[in-house]
Design a protein around this ligand. Sequence first.
Ligand SMILES: [Zn+2]
Length: 245
Amino acid sequence: MLPVVMYHHINSDDLPLSNTDTMMDAHLRLIAQRYTTLFPGETSSSASICLTFDDAYFDFYHYVFPLLQKYNLKALLAVPAAYILDETNLDPEIRLSLKHHEIYEGENYKTYIPFCTYVELREMVQSGHVMVASHSMNHVNLIDEGTNLREEIVGSKLLLEEKLGMRITSFVLPFGKYNDAAIVLAREHYPYVLRIGNALNPSWNGIGGLIYRIKGDALKTPDTLFTFRKWFGFWLKTMIKLVKS
Ligand SMILES: [Zn+2]
């Protein structure tokens, strides 16, 4: 079974969607000891894991990217394309200063630059430690009325490919919400479509064409995710989803 883990913030006030930098350091050290980290599509073994970080907050570049280099790990970064600016010289402290709910308010993403920039994304991709996925254009709920699915799913891919000069092969569903039309379009344009759901995956084909992710935010200990009890729960959920699919 292939585990794919979903994380969001580091050191955010939004505690259910965050880990502290010291917890992430200890957690990633443990992962480096036990697992080989993969990008979507890479050959897996019994000791493989895929790490994914949603929303491309600047805290990823500031805290996680150095840890990926320190422990020689790979991670997939899900980027909401419309929020990404080209570059900035703004002080990191200012970029990290917003509360979670302020990040998406008004033009705060332009004033405080709380997301990674394209310069930072290119640097991380070129290091070999980070792969970029589309996380839609505007980070909207794809099942909301009036959502332009083509713009969110295909437009975001084209923009990221143009800005980064590389193929984007993964789409991470915002809020884990979707309908048939969204999935058909996403599967047409991406080999890998990821959601939430706290299940494991038999392979990169996922279950019913969707790759499930387990929740890695709000870790209580560095090995919270890997206790027998947790793992049994994930495994059981996987079996139920396989039977239903
Ligand atoms: Zn998101």
